[in-house]
Design a protein around this ligand. Structure first.
Ligand code: ADP
Length: 434
């Protein structure tokens, strides 16, 4: 239906109604009076509905427009329709805005929107957490007053945002935050901050690892190279020294071989991290077999080994990883406790958990070393390059193996009295008694 007004339509309507009223007035002989009454009526009628419209627009809370006849009904309906349309559009915009906010909250990074002069416009919750912002109190404050790190202030002042900047999290702590600034809307900048503590730590570990491996390989290689250079001149190596040279080179080669094997074991353990286990591992018989494997070493060291092994104590786990853990702990005790040591080897049930422990009466370990023992390549200084030929990787293999079984290595040691290395496997991995 054609409900909108045009000037022609209005004039045509007015002229038509005036003609009808004029004709009626002419019939009754009151043309002028009737036209005046009609025009006054039209003015009053229009004023009345104008007033109703004004009331509805400015005072009323009703969403529906008031009822009106004729042309005013079309006007009211038109306004109502426009209002509905703009309400729907507003609702849509609010929905889009809410979705954007929700998305901004779910991204794993902290986000801030600032004006190009640094005034804070918006921030997500993570940004408030990272930078300790009070929201909305801090809105409108310059970012350099909120992130007061001198390096950030300099970085922001230079306006060169091609490279990201890494800062320590405000409020201290070890957290490292990487900040990236990029142009956003007109005259605005988007600041994205992410926690890179773990990435940086892994980078450092990788660098340390490469440095350590190179360092560990350098010593045996230098020894071998020295002998090889001497061998190039046969007269420089009389038979007696030759025997020593071969013995030294064999030791160094074995050391390198052991190190490569342990590194491979570690990387295999890292690669196949298991959460659940179905394999039943009989650790008791495994320990008996191990003891006979190292019997030569036990005899050489004149170790007195006292065993308390529960053969029926079976656990769920990875046999290779558990073997690696207990083997390293047992061999370490024999290696480090010294000649004639007494070693207690225990595998028993305790409070529905499986307890493994190996206790020796050797020289013990200084307290300052205890927390670092499971670090890769860490050895107690006096043992470095000593006759034990250790690599410092054994206990990190133990740590990895135990972590995958949701357990932890416990070390108790007293210098001069001995050490006790133990771990407990959790209840859900310990099978109930037969
Ligand atoms: P390594 O290959 O040197 O044996 P580990 O990681 O197995 O490396 O052990 C790290 C260090 O812990 C060793 O160098 C040694 O000094 C010390 N250690 C381990 N077990 C014992 C023990 N039972 N008694 C004394 N010191 C020990």
């Amino acid at each position: 239906m054609d409900r909108y007004f045009t000037p022609v339509k209005i004039i045509r309507r007015l002229l038509f109604s005036l003609l009808v009223v004029g004709l009626a007035g002419w019939l009754f002989g009151y043309t002028f009076e009737l036209l005046v009454v009609y025009l006054v009526g039209v003015v009053l009628w229009n004023s009345f509905y104008q007033l109703k419209l004004s009331d509805w627009l400015w005072k009323s809370r009703a969403t529906q427009p008031p009822q009106a006849p004729g042309a005013w009904s079309d006007i009211y309906d038109g306004i109502y329709r426009t209002l509905r349309r703009s309400q729907a559009r507003r609702r849509n915009l609010a929905l889009i805005l809410q979705r954007f906010r929700e998305a901004a909250e779910t991204i794993p990074d902290a986000g801030l929107v600032i004006e190009s002069d640094g005034t804070l416009v918006w921030s997500n919750k993570l940004a408030q957490l990272y930078f300790g912002l009070q929201w909305p109190t801090d809105k409108g404050i310059r970012i350099t007053n909120l992130i007061r790190h001198p390096r950030f202030i300099k970085y922001f002042g230079e306006k060169d945002f091609r490279e990201a900047i890494t800062l320590g999290a405000p409020g201290g702590g070890k957290r490292e935050i990487e900040l990236r600034i990029m142009p956003y809307a007109k005259e605005q900048l988007l600041v994205i901050a992410r926690d890179v503590t773990r990435i940086r730590m892994l980078e450092r570990m990788r660098k340390d690892f490469v440095a350590n491996v190179s360092h560990e390989l350098k010593t045996p290689l230098t020894v071998m190279q020295g002998y090889l250079e001497l061998m190039a001149e046969p007269s420089a190596l009389p038979p007696a020294r030759m025997t020593k040279a071969i013995a030294d080179m064999t030791t160094q080669t074995q050391r390198m071989q052991l190190m490569v094997e342990q590194l491979l074991t570690l990387s295999r353990m890292e690669a196949d991290y298991q959460e659940t286990f179905t394999e039943q591992v009989a650790v008791g018989p495994m320990l008996h077999a191990m003891v006979s494997e190292i019997s030569l070493m036990l005899n050489e060291q004149q170790v007195q080994l006292q065993q308390q092994i529960d053969n029926d104590l079976v656990v769920l786990g990875n046999a290779d990883k558990l073997r690696a853990a207990v083997h390293n702990l047992l061999v370490n005790a024999v290696k480090y406790a010294g000649k004639g040591a007494v070693i207690h080897l225990t595998w028993r049930r305790e409070a529905e958990q499986a307890l493994f422990s190996v206790q020796d009466n050797g020289p013990g370990i200084g307290e300052e070393h205890l927390s670092r023992l499971t670090e890769r390549f860490y050895r107690v200084a006096a043992d470095r390059n000593s006759h034990t030929g250790g690599t410092g990787l054994g206990l990190s293999i133990v740590k990895h193996s135990l972590e995958s079984h949701r357990s932890q290595l416990q070390v108790e040691s007293v210098v001069g009295a001995g050490s006790c290395f133990s771990f407990r496997l959790p209840r859900d991995l310990t099978l109930p008694q037969g």
